[in-house]
Design a binder for this molecule. Sequence first.
Ligand code: AMP
Length: 279
Amino acid sequence: MEFAGTIELVRSVVKAVKIAGKRVGLVPTMGALHAGHISLIKRAVKDCHFVVVSIFVNPTQFGAGEDFENYPRPIEADLEICEKAGADLVFNPSAEVMYGGEGLTWITVEKLTEPLCGRSRPGHFRGVATICAKLFNIVQPDVAYFGQKDAQQAIVIRRMVADLDMPLEVVVCPTVREPDGLALSSRNKYLSVEQRREAAKIYKSLAKCKEMREAGVTDAKQIIAAMREILRQIAGGQIEYVEIVDAETLEQVNEIKGSILGAVAVRLGPARLIDNILL
Ligand code: AMP
């Protein structure tokens, strides 16, 4: 496995790989890698000849008062995980490398970034879209891999790629969960033992959503009320949102007909946890 800290090195390595006619996959991450990230890397290894994992805690997607400073950065362990998962190149640039210039250009995906996490994290998706566009331009992958865990992010990136005619495919991989249903997240590290136990109720609320939908309930308000009831039982938790939205447009749904996303955000101690279920 190779390591690159500069854009020039990534470009020269990938150029040689592409001249050899190989399919290049990119897995963008912020590090503190876990089984969720590993599933993305393994899927990329399965689909592609050459897999690049980027590890970069992107400052422009964090708001004031968020956890940018405290975000875990265990780079040695991350490199080992990437190597074991079969990655070919890890790109771990500094903030200076990624944002050294004056940076007057930003990517704003409208509408899709307004609901759900967009409400409490203004500017977040602008940062995400911009860093992904930069990574796509640097690596020039044939395919980029994202997790369903961050459903809104995946939808925003897919839309950016389509709207700006970026020459790559976006693949969204299923959410990897703990045995009790909690979605793996680098932010789970912030939870105490007790909070970690309580956090499993987030998945319970999503399972309830699925159960009611499968039982034929079409009134979104009724399902949301049942989900809220479960989430209210999280000791020390604070519900940020519980919504049922159209799985493509992210617009709120009243009467459920087509594909929907049940989406939840909860603040629990120092962590803000999000999860969703696609039905
Ligand atoms: P992050 O490092 O949190 O920015 O995540 C990097 C990528 O991994 C994103 O595409 C996430 O959606 C994805 N990811 C994070 N957690 C999971 C999980 N539990 N299952 C699947 N993918 C995940």
